[in-house]
Design a protein around this ligand. Structure first.
Ligand SMILES: *[C@@H]1O[C@H](CO)[C@@H](O)[C@H](O)[C@H]1NC(C)=O
Ligand SMILES: *[C@@H]1O[C@H](CO)[C@@H](O)[C@H](O)[C@H]1NC(C)=O
Ligand SMILES: *[C@@H]1O[C@H](CO)[C@@H](O)[C@H](O)[C@H]1NC(C)=O
Ligand SMILES: *[C@@H]1O[C@H](CO)[C@@H](O)[C@H](O)[C@H]1NC(C)=O
Ligand SMILES: *[C@@H]1O[C@H](CO)[C@@H](O)[C@H](O)[C@H]1NC(C)=O
Ligand SMILES: *[C@@H]1O[C@H](CO)[C@@H](O)[C@H](O)[C@H]1NC(C)=O
Ligand SMILES: *[C@@H]1O[C@H](CO)[C@@H](O)[C@H](O)[C@H]1NC(C)=O
Ligand SMILES: *[C@@H]1O[C@H](CO)[C@@H](O)[C@H](O)[C@H]1NC(C)=O
Ligand SMILES: *[C@@H]1O[C@H](CO)[C@@H](O)[C@H](O)[C@H]1NC(C)=O
Length: 789
């Protein structure tokens, strides 16, 4: 019951949560080139620059860019960051469509809201990094920067000076059609100012031969205020002390970039130098009246510049220097190998920093705990992990599992002892190895595990898995020690997985295979469905397909007569249920090759041509009673291309055995009670999936050389597709008792055979019921035995 609830509510939450995410992705493709080129020409076309080619000076080669045309302009001035709502008039200027609709029609200003809340509030992302690179370095240096920075910055743009096609598609590359390298930064600045200024707070410019630490950059930008004009980088103590050295990277705030745009003509006209540092610096000085600064909000911009830098020779010396460990960029780097070495080195620095800061926090928490009501030393172990779950009643006490190296005891309610395999085994052995490692570190002797004496494991949903183990250890001199260790594997961060949107209006095709001798069972199914399903489902949401399964040609000819009883019943039902859609089929299954587990594939093959590929199908059997809410659950849980649904139904025990202890007044319904049945998780015969997913599965199995009739659909799905499968007990599916036959699958498919045997074993009655029968028969046996002696 609990898992049903969890599955369901999670399903809802996920589908709701992903809505806005999805719509952002649908953003129309870039509209960059068109409005930009015109304004560009009007600025540059006169005198200073002329374009020999007819192309737009910038062409965005990547197709991933987000449209900025419909985003409004916000002037923050020097005020602190405050979201504000824009009057709709601003929208009108930039958006031709809304102009025509909202002003022409009426004067009562109809507020056109921008598509995204972020646009309306002027929320921007943090940082854009613009890298000046060369076409032949796109696949090396630029690619390296893209790989190392992509997790830390919001946007990465690479500027080159001619069109090329040969680069990884997911990189955003922009071509500047001008051969004069010294003017390139102005193109870049102009591009950023016109296209990107509304989207980002910070702009970082750097050449591709600079190593930049994404982690540090992020940390740095998180600490400086966006309210100030900033022209930041590393200045050198010479005549150019007011300019930031381009090689070390330059950070500009959006406000400075806007000022640059106003003076961009002056800047291009006065770019005498071949040195980008000078050109950019002069422009910023003129436009924003700012010299280079290397400190903001008490954070210092540190860069390391060394034209003779050799990683292997210098790193020992440099690593002793705290400044180098704090550095943000290293310039220039002439080969990729050095880039990689630097990346490795700084990753280590960051790891060390984090480890020390975690230790500091832990110490701090321990110190502060003395001021808490519980007093010193009473904080739950380990520090920083939520406290253990306190069971409110005795029914909620979390279970501890006992295990040794190979076996686990009482893993489920039904098992006494079972071998640990797969993940359980790895889990336990990883924990043992870790404990051993820690013990060796602590006692600085080499210890070997001799035996795991006791192991206890508890999963706590609020914090993680808790282990207590008694280890028998031996050292080199064969002296034995027994140590008790306690370990915790905390839960990771919870992630939301975006899921496609599904609705409860999807049409469902319920397919009911009926064998020759199951006519009365099918009648019972229809009568129950009349009570629970038919009055809720309309013709456009639900279709029932009755499929008579025959195995011989002779039977096939008789099938019209066979359906008569069912037809009569359906006609009766139609008197009150005019919406009911029932369709009859006869399917001839080749007796020699079909077994119960491959039947579903044959049936789906049969319906392949009869139903559209986007139909949601639920195959079940006539023994089942389906309750009303189940079909909606099926509609939500089956997601085309993403998820198939194999609910775990409640199987009734042998009614005569139930009747021994429970007075069954009405044997047409099945009570959800542990003495009436069980959730049969060995069966995979209730299948909800889309036809298209089945066709896909068929194609994949063929290409993997796996025959569809060699295993169950479930096993096939698991083996060859990456569709996820939802499996949860569902109390709305209750299956009447019917004997299970396993012999036909005995040899062909051992996994399914063992599942079948389990079903036969557990499906008869509960252990206590069976025990009762044995005990009751015991005296008679003894008497018989005595008589015989
Ligand atoms: C632009 O060029 C036209 C003709 O070529 C000239 O008349 C005009 O003065 C120029 N403008 C600037 C700002 O140089
Ligand atoms: C913008 O509107 C004007 C006048 O309504 C129209 O001539 C022009 O084609 C429109 N442009 C676009 C891109 O829709
Ligand atoms: C719409 O407003 C404009 C000025 O805001 C005014 O000149 C015009 O007469 C108004 N039109 C109508 C139909 O009210
Ligand atoms: C480059 O970075 C972008 C994010 O800025 C990322 O989406 C893309 O996958 C990266 N491409 C490569 C080849 O690393
Ligand atoms: C710099 O970081 C390295 C790697 O974490 C470390 O070995 C070294 O001691 C650090 N240097 C200083 C001065 O802290
Ligand atoms: C674990 O316990 C089981 C059952 O008692 C036993 O058969 C097995 O040998 C034990 N494993 C080890 C490594 O002691
Ligand atoms: C089907 O259900 C309706 C309403 O519950 C009932 O009136 C009708 O008699 C039932 N039909 C049959 C054939 O049982
Ligand atoms: C179910 O009920 C019917 C009629 O009430 C009865 O004939 C039948 O034997 C019962 N079945 C079981 C298994 O009790
Ligand atoms: C597919 O499997 C069959 C028998 O299992 C084998 O004879 C055949 O060579 C296989 N084909 C491929 C392409 O692996």
């Amino acid at each position: 019951m609990l898992s049903i609830l969890v599955g369901l509510s999670l399903g809802f939450a996920l589908s709701l949560a992903c809505l806005p995410i999805m719509s952002v992705c649908e953003n129309p493709l870039s509209l960059f080139s068109e409005p930009f080129s015109s304004s560009f020409n009007s600025h540059f076309g006169n005198g200073t620059l002329s374009f020999s080619d007819r192309f737009d000076p910038f062409r965005i080669l990547s197709r991933e860019s987000r449209s900025v045309v419909d985003v409004t302009l916000v002037d923050y001035g020097s005020k602190d960051y405050e979201p504000q709502i824009h009057s709709p008039t601003l929208e009108l200027n930039s958006n031709n469509k809304s102009f025509s609709t909202s002003t022409q029609s009426s004067n009562t200003s109809k507020v056109t809201r921008p598509r995204y809340i972020a646009d309306e509030l002027g929320i921007r992302e943090k940082v854009l990094v613009a890298v000046l690179t060369e076409p032949h370095r796109l696949n090396t240096f630029a690619f390296f920067i893209n790989q190392t920075l992509q997790d830390y910055v919001n946007r990465l743009l690479f500027f080159i000076d001619e069109d090329v096609q040969d680069f990884p598609r997911s990189m955003q590359v922009i071509a500047v059609h001008d051969k004069r390298a010294y003017l390139k930064p102005f193109y870049v600045l102009k591009y950023l100012a016109e296209k990107m200024i509304k989207l980002y707070d910070w702009f970082v410019l750097l050449p591709d031969n600079t190593y930049i630490r994404g982690f540090k950059l992020n940390e740095f930008l998180n600490h400086i205020s966006i309210s100030q004009d900033l022209y930041m980088g590393q200045a050198f103590d010479d005549v150019h002390a007011v300019y930031c050295y381009f090689g070390s990277g330059i950070i500009l705030s959006g406000t400075v970039l806007r000022k640059i745009l106003d003076e961009i003509d002056w800047c291009t006209n006065n770019a005498y130098s071949q040195d980008l540092t000078d050109n950019i610096g002069r422009c910023v000085l003129k436009a924003a009246k700012l010299p280079c600064t290397n400190t903001a909000s008490n954070y210092k911009y540190t860069a390391y510049v060394n034209y003779r830098f050799e990683f292997d020779a210098d790193i020992d010396r440099l690593s002793k220097n705290e400044d180098f460990n704090q550095t943000l960029t290293v310039h220039p780097i002439n080969d990729l190998e050095t880039m990689l070495k630097l990346q490795k080195y700084f990753n280590q620095v960051e790891l060390d920093e984090m480890t020390t800061s975690i230790a500091e926090y832990e110490e701090n928490i321990e110190e502060l705990s003395c001021y808490a009501p519980e007093g010193c030393g009473n904080i739950p172990w380990p520090v920083g992990v939520p406290p253990p779950f306190k069971p409110p009643t005795r029914f909620d006490v979390l279970r501890w599992d006992f295990f040794n190296e190979t076996h686990i005891y009482l893993k489920t309610d039904n098992d006494v002892i079972s071998p640990m395999n797969g993940d359980d085994y790895e889990d336990v052995h990883e924990v043992i190895d870790h404990a051993l490692e820690q013990l060796q570190k602590k006692y600085s002797v080499s210890l070997n595990l001799k035996k795991l004496l006791n192991g206890y494991r508890q999963f706590d949903p609020t914090r993680g898995t808790h282990y207590i183990m008694d280890l028998l250890l031996v050292d080199q001199d064969q002296i034995e020690y027994t140590k008790r260790v306690e370990l915790m594997r905390p839960l990771g961060l919870v992630e939301t997985v975006p899921m496609p949107f599904v609705t409860e209006t999807t049409k469902i095709y319920l397919i009911l295979p009926i064998y020759r001798d199951e006519q009365s069972v099918a009648l019972r199914f229809l009568r129950h469905a009349n009570k629970s399903l038919f009055d809720k489902e309309t013709r456009d949401k639900f279709e029932l397909h009755l499929a008579h399964i025959v195995t011989t040609k002779h039977e096939l000819s008789q099938t019209q007569k066979w359906f008569d009883t069912l037809r009569r019943e359906v006609e009766l039902l139609r008197r009150t249920r005019t919406q009911l859609a029932v369709i009859y089929h006869t399917i001839l299954l080749p007796l020699s090759t079909t077994t119960s587990y491959t039947q579903a594939a044959y049936i789906l093959d049969f319906f392949e041509t009869k139903l559209q590929t986007n139909s949601l199908i639920f195959i079940t059997n006539p023994y089942v009673d389906i309750e009303a809410d189940f079909l909606n659950r099926c509609r939500l849980n089956v997601i085309e291309n993403v998820q198939a649904f194999f609910p775990i139904a409640f199987y009734q025990y042998q009614p005569h055995i139930i009747a021994r202890t429970y007075h069954m007044t009405d044997n047409s319904t099945i009570d959800l009670h542990k003495s009436h049945g069980w959730f049969n998780f060995y069966a995979f015969d209730h299948i909800g999936m889309y036809m298209s997913d089945y066709l896909n599965l068929k194609k994949l199995s063929l290409s993997n050389n796996i025959s569809l009739s060699s295993m169950t659909l479930y096993d096939l799905l698991v083996q060859v597709t990456d569709i996820s499968i939802l499996r949860a007990p569902d109390q709305a599916l209750r299956v009447h008792y019917h004997p299970i036959k396993c012999d036909s699958i005995k040899r062909s498919y051992t996994l399914e055979y063992s599942r079948c045997l389990m079903q036969r074993e557990k499906g008869l009655a509960s252990r206590s019921q069976l025990a009762m029968i044995i005990i009751e028969n015991e005296p008679t046996k003894k008497i018989i035995a005595k008589k015989n002696t």
